[in-house]
Design a protein around this ligand. Structure first.
Ligand SMILES: NC(=O)c1ccc[n+]([C@@H]2O[C@H](COP(=O)([O-])OP(=O)(O)OC[C@H]3O[C@@H](n4cnc5c(N)ncnc54)[C@H](OP(=O)(O)O)[C@@H]3O)[C@@H](O)[C@H]2O)c1
Length: 253
């Protein structure tokens, strides 16, 4: 009797952590990883939000668990991820502080880099030794189309996102020999809860319609396919790549 061939996107038996997975793009990624068969730990700081996300994924037939900690708190972070046996780490948390350079003193700039760049590095470092021992791992990092491209009034975020893309490539080169891939996802304009005011702003939505070849905002669930692909065996030979998901914005001028 022939055994059924697993679907190349099947994540059954894998354990994942999605930071900032209680809402927005992180939630959609967590939901899709669970739908593909993974057991998904969902992180954030708001326990109530995490509980609601776990319930929603469970109702859809997936397996998710809440893991509340602040990724910028070294003690809580290291304790939380120490024994999870993670196969897949999705570094999704990203915070923003818009404003001119004059309003962003060096300590505020460093605080942004701490949460957006140093914390994802620390989380990757904490889970990599287990991935090396098991000879398989997936690091997936939420970058941005800001980073390779400059953006006014967004210096700290842009610098952090550029750094994350570089970190993605550095980890790809250092850990590839252990069966671990490191890839990024660079979203464009997504209509998440956090962006609700921008979606409601006629000038921004007009920009989106005229500048983006697909002529619309991204729906949050449209980020998820990229994450499932990069987490799966289907992407086994994709390493050090940042996959842009922006409706074509960064290829058009
Ligand atoms: N949305 C877009 O259009 C877009 C575009 C480009 C790039 N991105 C990137 O994609 C990622 C997700 O974006 P998003 O718009 O979905 O974000 P979001 O809606 O603002 O969600 C961020 C999540 O991170 C959690 N979080 C924030 N700080 C945290 C911390 N210190 N420790 C633990 N959790 C924390 C928040 O939950 P709690 O507040 O409960 O902790 C929340 O669930 C980010 O890296 C963002 O930069 C998004």
């Amino acid at each position: 009797m022939t055994r059924p061939v697993p679907h190349p996107f099947d994540l059954t038996g894998r354990t994942a952590l999605v930071t900032g997975g209680g809402r927005g793009l992180g939630f959609e990624i967590a939901r899709a990883l669970a739908h593909a068969g993974a057991t998904v730990w969902i992180n954030g700081r708001d326990a109530g939000r995490l509980a609601r996300a776990v319930t929603a994924i469970g109702r859809a037939g997936g397996t998710a668990r809440a893991l509340a900690f602040d990724i910028a708190d070294p003690a809580g972070r290291d304790r939380a991820v120490a024994d999870l046996g993670l196969d897949i780490l999705v570094n999704n948390v990203g915070t923003r502080r818009r404003g001119p350079v004059a309003d962003c003193p060096p300590d505020a700039f460093l605080a942004m880099l701490d949460t957006n760049l140093a914390a994802p590095y620390a989380l990757a470092r904490a889970v990599l030794s287990g991935m090396v021992d098991r000879g398989w791992g997936r690091l997936i990092t939420l970058c941005s189309i800001a980073g390779p491209q400059g953006r006014a009034n967004d210096a700290a975020y842009t610098a952090a996102k550029g750094g994350l893309a570089a970190l993605t490539r550095a980890l790809a080169t250092e850990f590839g020999r252990h069966g671990i891939t490191s890839n990024g996802i660079a979203p464009g304009y997504f209509a998440t809860e956090t962006n609700a005011a921008m979606v409601a702003d006629a000038a921004v939505t007009d920009y989106v319609r005229t500048r983006i070849p697909l002529a619309r905002w991204g729906r949050p669930e449209e980020i998820a396919g990229a994450a499932v692909f990069l987490a799966s065996d289907a992407a086994g030979y994709v390493n050090g790549h940042v996959l842009t998901v922006d409706g074509g914005l960064s290829t058009a001028f």
